[in-house]
Design a protein around this ligand. Structure first.
Ligand code: TMP
Length: 215
């Protein structure tokens, strides 16, 4: 089993049903003696949570949205994620940079090259063997057809700015996730989220066990 820090992110369109599985993995890692830092984006620090409230509720253009989520991410990395990885924690993060490529890039149509530049600015880390861009060791992508996600969300709660978007927006978001997976296939586990909850959970667990991070 890997003893050092481990960084796992969870992605999917709104309504794809990641929350219960993130909680399940938290318990599974803790049951095997690992310290878990459970966090989310945008958010995870007092400053980033303030930015989250703006991004989810206030109207703004796509570039403003991208700048704000990356500002929140910078604070989150500095204050929470990097220190946790240094301690050897398992960091379970509900969304990370793939969400920016999917929502601001795919959904809103913001320039992907500019997002790559922002990713490099914000996430470059000095390592023993030179600089690298901090990204998750594993990204669990809950892939669900937008039509089904919309049915699941219907009436669940008052929708935020993103949840209120039309199906077409979420088709583009899904395509954005697919492109990110194709660019880094080894980092992604694509989970078919259109199954019974227990079957989805087994697939999530398998993706972690396959990497020998849980037994
Ligand atoms: P959540 O509801 O899963 O916590 O996610 C918050 C919303 O923020 C979700 O609709 C996706 C969106 N989002 C972005 O648009 N860009 C980002 O970079 C991130 C992290 C989230």
């Amino acid at each position: 089993m890997k003893k050092g820090g481990l960084f796992i992110s969870f992605e999917g369109i709104d309504g794809a049903g990641k929350s219960t599985h993130i909680d399940g993995l938290t318990q599974a890692f803790r049951a095997q003696g690992r310290a878990v830092t459970l966090t989310r984006e945008p958010g995870g620090t007092p400053l980033a949570e303030k930015i989250r409230a703006m991004v989810l509720n206030d109207p703004m253009d796509a570039m403003t949205e991208a700048l704000l989520v990356f500002a929140a991410r910078r604070d989150h990395l500095q204050q929470v994620i990097e220190p946790a990885l240094m301690r050897g924690d398992v960091v379970l993060c509900d969304r990370f940079t793939d969400a920016t490529f999917a929502y601001q890039g795919g959904g809103r149509g913001f320039d992907l090259e500019t997002l790559l530049i922002m990713e490099r600015w914000v996430q470059t880390k000095r390592g023993l063997e030179g600089d690298f861009i901090r990204n998750p060791d594993l990204t669990v992508w809950f892939d669900l057809a937008p039509e089904i996600a919309a049915q699941r969300l219907a009436g669940a709660r008052i929708p935020d700015k993103f949840e209120a978007q039309p199906l077409e927006f979420f088709r583009r978001v899904s395509e954005g996730y697919r492109q990110r997976m194709n660019a880094s296939p080894g980092r992604f586990a694509r989970i078919d989220a259109d199954q019974a909850r227990e079957a989805v959970w087994l697939d999530v667990l398998k993706s972690v066990i396959a990497r020998s991070w849980l037994v």
